[in-house]
Structure formats: structure tokens, C-alpha cells
Design a protein around this ligand. Structure first.
Ligand code: FES
Length: 94
């Protein structure tokens, strides 16, 4: 896991938010801390409410989670259980 803060660009409701993800933080935690409008419910990878599309970069995704193999193959992630491995661009809500 990266031990330094990483940049994340989050596209939400027609706006681009530049967020810093601290080591150990999930994309959801970092986004909410920066007041990005992100939907969530369970915060543990079980409901899919936070599902978003990763447009660039890589994340480490806690397993198991409720994404189907097809969703994962299409680039969807669950921000509540995803931590960036490098700079990422995320379309919040997909
Ligand atoms: S909030 Fe439930 S899967 Fe992310």
C-alpha cells in the first residue's frame, strides 16, 4: 500500500473535485471529507450504493464485496472499500 497521500479526481454531479487520499483512507472517506456528494449506505462493500466507475488509475479493493465479475471487468469499484494505489480518476455514481 502506498505510504503517501495520493491525488484523486472525483467527477460528481457535473463538477470535478480534486481530493487528497491519505494513507489508509478509502476513496469514500476521502471524498466525504472533501465534501464530494457521494451516496453510501453500508460502508463495507455489501450494498452497492456507492458503486462508481474508475476512469483512470488502480485501486486495491477489499474482498469479498458485492460487485459482480462483469461490473469489475467494466471498471466499477466500491469507493467504501477501495484504496488508491496511484493517482485515480473516479466518476462518482458511475
Ligand atoms: S456503501 Fe455499501 S457497498 Fe459501498
Amino acid at each position: 500500500m502506498p505510504n503517501q497521500p495520493l491525488p484523486a479526481e472525483m467527477l460528481a454531479k457535473g463538477r470535478s473535485h480534486h481530493v487528497t487520499v491519505q494513507p489508509g483512507q478509502t476513496l469514500l472517506e476521502a471524498g466525504l471529507a472533501a465534501e464530494v456528494p457521494m451516496a453510501f449506505s453500508c460502508t463495507m462493500g455489501g450494498c452497492g450504493t456507492c458503486r462508481s466507475k474508475l476512469l483512470d488509475g488502480r485501486v486495491k479493493h477489499k474482498q469479498p464485496n458485492c460487485l459482480t465479475d462483469e461490473e469489475a471487468a467494466e471498471g466499477y469499484v466500491l469507493p467504501c472499500v477501495s484504496r488508491p494505489l496511484e493517482a485515480v480518476v473516479l466518476a462518482v455514481g458511475g
